[in-house]
Structure formats: structure tokens, C-alpha cells
Design a protein around this ligand. Sequence first.
Ligand SMILES: [Zn+2]
Length: 344
Amino acid sequence: MGLTVHTKVEGLPAAQEQALRSLAAIIHAALEHLAQEQEIPDVEVTVVVAGDFASEVRAIVRQQGDGSDAQFSTERIGGVVVGKCIALNDDFSKQLVVIDGTGWIDVDPAAQAQSIASLAHELAHVVLDRARHASGALDGVPANPYNGVDMAREIAKTAAAEFRADLVANAVLRVLAGTSDSDGVTRPLTIYDLCADGHCDELRRTLDAVVHPGWPDTVQRYREHHMTLPQLWEEIASSTGGVFNLLAHGEAHAHAGSASRPLETLRAHRGVELYLGPAWQALEDAITTEAGILPALSATCAYEQHIAEQGGRAILDMWARLGLTVEVDRRDGRFALWVGEPQR
Ligand SMILES: [Zn+2]
């Protein structure tokens, strides 16, 4: 994998810029090694470290992308985005990574550790996406899914990729950074050290604000004619995707730090018990197989399909508990969404 680094951070001291460039090269080399071991083909990567992350991403997708991300915003359910990976060609052999570089203006070890983790996370996406394309896992898969079955599969695969990219980033961070516990014993730094139970706290807030009673209330609003069916579908599909990505980060971070899992801590919440718990568990079981989270290229297609099938099925079952039954006509792909009373 070739690497080019551009820094666009105003006020970045020369020594900091040099440190950042060396780190990017080391992280890149670690990921390149992993990719080669798994026989994943080469990628040319350009890393842009930006002072104004959101406008940089918007400027790049305006030039390069298909326009789908032109309204890019850093806000997501339960957090903000600090890194973005953009494909520059169809087979993903050229990719661009943009990361927020403001943590490098001052010498701040915590901000720099965060920066290492987010760069490793984005470069992990680069490798995962390249493997996914080269393996044939995306053949015949719609780029912008709409029908319920395709959407459930896409949500499962996207959340799985976040979980996997976090764990790859963790493996890199552990090698590059260390920390001391309160008793003075040093050990490798993990992604869990960076925000501890922050994801769990976010998930708790999201459960209350979005999932329960939010999801069944939304379904009920449609049943009482306060919204249209496309509005209901748009809201449930995008909200499910956002919540699953948040869950993926929370579960991966807990995994990395051998800490208690957010879904375990929050298991008594009705939104976990009824909706998220069973769906996430089925997805995580599909992700954490014996082949590991970054299988060899030859095993990638079957692995991705297993995640899409098992995870997608679990999300369809979850929607069914919300009163939403998805029906797709196999012949022409026509999509019906049947709405009944949600379980609460
Ligand atoms: Zn990610």
C-alpha cells in the first residue's frame, strides 16, 4: 500500500507535524503488513489531516464522490465523527482518509492517542473495504439499498465493519502506546482507555431518547395517521443504523478493555431486553468467528455473507417485534412493509 500524507492544520508546529507524519507511516506499515498476510490486494492511500474536518470532507466529496455525502455532517446518534474514508475508484484500490488533526496543535498525549486510534480505525476501513470488493462480497449488492431485506443486511454489515475496525485499531494502539495503572504498572494502551464507559453512557442516553419508548411510539404515530409510510420507514431504518453503529463501538471498546459490555450493563432496559439485545448478539456471534475479524481474502466473501445473512435476519426479527414486517418480492424486488401493533 502506498501512502501520501497531507497536513492542513493551521498553527501546527513543525515538530508536531513531523511526529504526526512518522506515526502515520508506522500505523500504515502495521496495517499494510496485516493486509499482506491476509493476501488482500494493494491500496494507494492518501491521508489528509485536517484542521477543519467537516469542510474538508465536504470539499472532497464534492470533487470525488457520487454526491451522496455532499451534505456530510459530523453528527451521529450518540457521538461525532472524527475520521472518514472515501473511495476514489470503483475497486477501492485508491482511497482517501480524512482525520481531524486539531488534537496535534498542542502537545497533548490523550489527544494524540485518540488521533493514533482514529487513524488506525480509518486505515482498517481501507483494508476491510478493499478486501470486501476484491473478494466479490459486493457483487450484486445494491449501493444504496432501499428494500427492507437489503437495508437490514446493509445495517448489519456496516455495524460489523465498525466493530472490526475498532478491534484492528486496538491491536495497533496496543503496540504503539502504553499507559500506567494507578499502581504504577505499565501496560499497552487500549481503545477502552481512551473513553472508558463513554460509549455505555451514550448508549444509555440513546436508549431513553431514541429506542424505547421512541421506536414503538414512532410506529404508533404512523398507525394513528400522523406520518406517512415512507416517513416511518426512513426514520426506523436510519435510526436502526445509527444505534447499531453506536452499539458496535461500545461493544468493541468494552471487548478491547475486557470491561463489562454495555448491553450487559444495560440489559434491564426494555429497549435492550426487547429489541437490541437479541439482535446485536446474533450479529456479534456472526462477526466473532474462529477465522478472526480480518480473515484471509479467500475467506472474506463467505464471512461477509454470513454477517449479512445472520445479522440481517436478526434485524428483521427485531423490526418484527416493533410491529414491522418486511416482505420483498423475489421476482421484481418490490417491497412491502406491514405495520402492526409494536411490542413494548
Ligand atoms: Zn468507522
